[in-house]
Write a protein that binds this ligand. Structure first.
Ligand SMILES: [Zn+2]
Length: 235
Protein backbone atom coordinates (compact mmCIF):
# COMPACT_ATOMS: atom_id res chain seq x y z
CA UNK A 1 0.00 0.00 0.00
CA UNK A 2 1.43 3.37 -0.97
CA UNK A 3 0.33 6.67 0.49
CA UNK A 4 1.26 9.76 -1.44
CA UNK A 5 -0.34 12.18 1.01
CA UNK A 6 0.66 13.23 4.45
CA UNK A 7 -1.52 11.68 7.08
CA UNK A 8 -3.05 13.24 10.19
CA UNK A 9 -4.65 11.52 13.14
CA UNK A 10 -7.95 12.68 14.42
CA UNK A 11 -9.65 11.76 17.60
CA UNK A 12 -13.00 12.58 19.13
CA UNK A 13 -13.00 12.00 22.86
CA UNK A 14 -16.58 12.07 24.16
CA UNK A 15 -18.12 11.12 27.48
CA UNK A 16 -19.36 7.76 26.10
CA UNK A 17 -17.08 6.80 23.20
CA UNK A 18 -13.70 7.65 21.75
CA UNK A 19 -13.28 7.57 17.97
CA UNK A 20 -9.72 7.63 16.57
CA UNK A 21 -8.69 7.61 12.93
CA UNK A 22 -6.18 8.45 10.26
CA UNK A 23 -7.06 10.99 7.60
CA UNK A 24 -5.12 12.06 4.51
CA UNK A 25 -4.66 15.67 3.45
CA UNK A 26 -7.63 15.41 1.07
CA UNK A 27 -9.87 14.70 4.07
CA UNK A 28 -10.35 10.98 3.32
CA UNK A 29 -10.60 8.70 6.33
CA UNK A 30 -7.98 5.98 5.88
CA UNK A 31 -8.78 4.00 9.04
CA UNK A 32 -10.78 4.44 12.21
CA UNK A 33 -11.66 2.75 15.49
CA UNK A 34 -14.29 3.37 18.17
CA UNK A 35 -14.20 2.20 21.77
CA UNK A 36 -15.76 3.10 25.16
CA UNK A 37 -14.28 6.12 26.97
CA UNK A 38 -14.01 4.62 30.50
CA UNK A 39 -13.98 8.17 31.89
CA UNK A 40 -13.56 6.85 35.47
CA UNK A 41 -10.00 5.73 34.62
CA UNK A 42 -8.85 9.37 34.43
CA UNK A 43 -7.10 11.50 31.80
CA UNK A 44 -3.70 9.75 31.91
CA UNK A 45 -5.23 6.36 31.12
CA UNK A 46 -7.49 7.82 28.39
CA UNK A 47 -4.57 9.58 26.68
CA UNK A 48 -2.42 6.43 26.92
CA UNK A 49 -5.20 4.40 25.22
CA UNK A 50 -5.56 7.02 22.46
CA UNK A 51 -1.81 6.95 21.85
CA UNK A 52 -1.84 3.13 21.73
CA UNK A 53 -4.83 3.10 19.33
CA UNK A 54 -3.12 5.54 16.96
CA UNK A 55 0.03 3.38 16.95
CA UNK A 56 -2.08 0.28 16.21
CA UNK A 57 -3.85 2.04 13.31
CA UNK A 58 -0.50 3.09 11.83
CA UNK A 59 0.80 -0.46 12.15
CA UNK A 60 -2.34 -2.04 10.64
CA UNK A 61 -2.46 0.32 7.65
CA UNK A 62 1.27 0.05 6.99
CA UNK A 63 1.69 3.82 6.77
CA UNK A 64 5.26 4.91 7.54
CA UNK A 65 5.22 6.66 10.94
CA UNK A 66 7.04 9.73 9.57
CA UNK A 67 4.15 10.42 7.16
CA UNK A 68 1.87 10.98 10.13
CA UNK A 69 2.45 14.64 10.83
CA UNK A 70 0.05 15.71 13.56
CA UNK A 71 -2.88 14.82 15.82
CA UNK A 72 -6.17 16.76 16.02
CA UNK A 73 -8.47 16.05 18.93
CA UNK A 74 -12.01 17.21 19.76
CA UNK A 75 -13.08 17.37 23.41
CA UNK A 76 -16.50 18.35 24.80
CA UNK A 77 -16.79 21.38 27.05
CA UNK A 78 -14.54 24.39 27.48
CA UNK A 79 -11.21 24.07 25.66
CA UNK A 80 -8.29 26.50 25.38
CA UNK A 81 -6.86 25.59 21.96
CA UNK A 82 -3.91 27.99 22.31
CA UNK A 83 -2.58 26.48 25.55
CA UNK A 84 -3.90 23.00 24.66
CA UNK A 85 -5.89 22.67 27.90
CA UNK A 86 -9.25 21.06 28.56
CA UNK A 87 -10.53 23.72 30.96
CA UNK A 88 -13.77 21.94 31.87
CA UNK A 89 -15.35 18.74 30.52
CA UNK A 90 -18.21 17.71 32.82
CA UNK A 91 -18.88 14.31 31.19
CA UNK A 92 -15.21 13.33 31.44
CA UNK A 93 -14.78 14.91 34.87
CA UNK A 94 -11.79 16.90 33.52
CA UNK A 95 -10.71 20.31 34.76
CA UNK A 96 -7.54 22.12 33.63
CA UNK A 97 -5.96 19.07 32.00
CA UNK A 98 -2.95 19.76 29.69
CA UNK A 99 -4.26 17.37 27.02
CA UNK A 100 -2.20 18.56 24.05
CA UNK A 101 1.15 18.40 25.88
CA UNK A 102 0.26 15.09 27.55
CA UNK A 103 -0.71 13.33 24.31
CA UNK A 104 2.14 14.92 22.36
CA UNK A 105 4.64 13.52 24.88
CA UNK A 106 3.21 10.03 24.44
CA UNK A 107 2.95 9.99 20.65
CA UNK A 108 5.86 12.25 19.67
CA UNK A 109 3.77 14.42 17.30
CA UNK A 110 2.29 17.90 17.56
CA UNK A 111 -1.25 17.75 19.01
CA UNK A 112 -3.97 20.34 18.38
CA UNK A 113 -7.11 20.27 20.50
CA UNK A 114 -10.38 22.20 20.39
CA UNK A 115 -14.00 21.87 21.39
CA UNK A 116 -15.58 18.84 19.66
CA UNK A 117 -18.42 20.83 18.03
CA UNK A 118 -15.93 23.35 16.63
CA UNK A 119 -13.81 20.50 15.27
CA UNK A 120 -16.88 18.92 13.66
CA UNK A 121 -18.03 22.16 11.99
CA UNK A 122 -14.48 22.97 10.89
CA UNK A 123 -14.28 19.49 9.32
CA UNK A 124 -17.52 20.11 7.43
CA UNK A 125 -16.24 23.53 6.32
CA UNK A 126 -12.93 22.31 4.89
CA UNK A 127 -13.77 18.78 3.73
CA UNK A 128 -17.53 18.24 3.95
CA UNK A 129 -20.89 19.90 3.27
CA UNK A 130 -19.49 23.42 3.70
CA UNK A 131 -16.55 23.03 1.34
CA UNK A 132 -16.23 26.03 -1.00
CA UNK A 133 -18.38 28.36 1.12
CA UNK A 134 -16.98 31.51 2.77
CA UNK A 135 -19.23 31.25 5.83
CA UNK A 136 -20.25 27.97 7.46
CA UNK A 137 -22.41 27.66 10.57
CA UNK A 138 -23.15 24.26 12.09
CA UNK A 139 -25.39 23.15 14.97
CA UNK A 140 -25.21 19.86 16.86
CA UNK A 141 -28.27 18.57 18.68
CA UNK A 142 -27.64 15.56 20.91
CA UNK A 143 -27.14 15.23 24.65
CA UNK A 144 -26.81 19.02 24.59
CA UNK A 145 -27.02 21.80 22.04
CA UNK A 146 -24.04 23.69 20.59
CA UNK A 147 -22.84 25.36 17.41
CA UNK A 148 -19.76 26.77 15.70
CA UNK A 149 -18.94 29.24 12.97
CA UNK A 150 -16.20 29.12 10.32
CA UNK A 151 -15.39 32.28 8.40
CA UNK A 152 -13.12 32.11 5.35
CA UNK A 153 -11.62 28.86 6.64
CA UNK A 154 -10.99 30.12 10.19
CA UNK A 155 -12.84 29.01 13.29
CA UNK A 156 -14.48 31.74 15.33
CA UNK A 157 -13.69 31.24 19.02
CA UNK A 158 -15.14 34.38 20.59
CA UNK A 159 -14.53 35.82 24.03
CA UNK A 160 -13.07 33.16 26.37
CA UNK A 161 -13.67 30.54 23.67
CA UNK A 162 -17.43 30.75 24.24
CA UNK A 163 -18.48 31.32 20.61
CA UNK A 164 -21.41 29.16 19.52
CA UNK A 165 -22.54 28.14 23.05
CA UNK A 166 -26.21 28.58 22.15
CA UNK A 167 -27.40 25.79 24.47
CA UNK A 168 -27.43 28.08 27.49
CA UNK A 169 -29.40 30.95 25.98
CA UNK A 170 -32.30 31.58 28.43
CA UNK A 171 -35.82 30.89 27.12
CA UNK A 172 -38.97 32.48 28.53
CA UNK A 173 -41.59 30.26 30.19
CA UNK A 174 -39.20 27.29 30.49
CA UNK A 175 -38.43 26.07 33.99
CA UNK A 176 -36.33 22.92 33.49
CA UNK A 177 -33.04 22.93 35.42
CA UNK A 178 -29.92 22.79 33.21
CA UNK A 179 -26.62 20.97 33.89
CA UNK A 180 -24.94 24.40 33.98
CA UNK A 181 -26.84 25.18 37.19
CA UNK A 182 -29.30 27.67 35.72
CA UNK A 183 -32.99 27.27 34.89
CA UNK A 184 -34.65 27.47 31.45
CA UNK A 185 -31.68 27.14 29.08
CA UNK A 186 -32.51 26.44 25.41
CA UNK A 187 -30.88 22.96 25.49
CA UNK A 188 -33.24 21.82 28.26
CA UNK A 189 -36.06 21.76 25.68
CA UNK A 190 -34.53 21.30 22.20
CA UNK A 191 -31.72 18.76 22.83
CA UNK A 192 -32.45 15.02 22.49
CA UNK A 193 -32.34 14.63 26.26
CA UNK A 194 -34.54 17.73 26.65
CA UNK A 195 -37.25 16.38 24.33
CA UNK A 196 -37.24 12.98 26.06
CA UNK A 197 -37.41 14.69 29.45
CA UNK A 198 -40.45 16.76 28.40
CA UNK A 199 -42.17 13.57 27.21
CA UNK A 200 -41.50 11.89 30.58
CA UNK A 201 -42.80 14.86 32.56
CA UNK A 202 -46.01 15.20 30.53
CA UNK A 203 -46.80 11.48 30.61
CA UNK A 204 -46.15 11.47 34.36
CA UNK A 205 -48.79 14.22 34.61
CA UNK A 206 -51.27 11.87 32.91
CA UNK A 207 -51.25 13.17 29.34
CA UNK A 208 -52.35 10.56 26.74
CA UNK A 209 -49.51 9.17 24.62
CA UNK A 210 -48.64 6.33 22.24
CA UNK A 211 -45.20 6.13 23.81
CA UNK A 212 -44.39 3.11 25.91
CA UNK A 213 -42.78 3.26 29.31
CA UNK A 214 -39.31 4.12 28.03
CA UNK A 215 -38.97 7.29 25.94
CA UNK A 216 -35.84 7.23 23.83
CA UNK A 217 -35.58 10.16 21.43
CA UNK A 218 -35.68 7.84 18.38
CA UNK A 219 -39.10 6.53 19.39
CA UNK A 220 -40.48 10.06 19.86
CA UNK A 221 -39.06 11.14 16.51
CA UNK A 222 -40.40 8.06 14.69
CA UNK A 223 -43.92 8.61 16.00
CA UNK A 224 -43.78 12.30 15.15
CA UNK A 225 -42.74 11.39 11.56
CA UNK A 226 -45.59 8.88 11.26
CA UNK A 227 -47.99 11.73 12.01
CA UNK A 228 -48.90 10.03 15.21
CA UNK A 229 -47.24 12.55 17.46
CA UNK A 230 -46.55 11.17 20.87
CA UNK A 231 -47.40 14.57 22.23
CA UNK A 232 -46.74 18.12 21.19
CA UNK A 233 -43.12 18.19 22.46
CA UNK A 234 -41.79 17.73 18.93
CA UNK A 235 -43.12 20.14 16.36
ZN1 LIG B 1 -27.54 25.90 30.83
Amino acid sequence: MEFIYEICHWCRCGGTNIVCGLVDEEGNIVAQRKYPTDAHEGPQSILAKISMTIEQLIEETGIPGEQCIAVGMGIPGLVDPVLGFSMRAVNLNWRDIPVAAGLSKLIGKPVYIDNDVRMYVYGEAVAGAGRGYDYVYGVTIGTGLASAFVQHGSLHHGHRYMSGEIGHVPVEHVDFPCNCGRIGCLETIVSATGIAKQARVRIAKGEASLLTEWYPIRQIYRQARCQKPAMPVMH
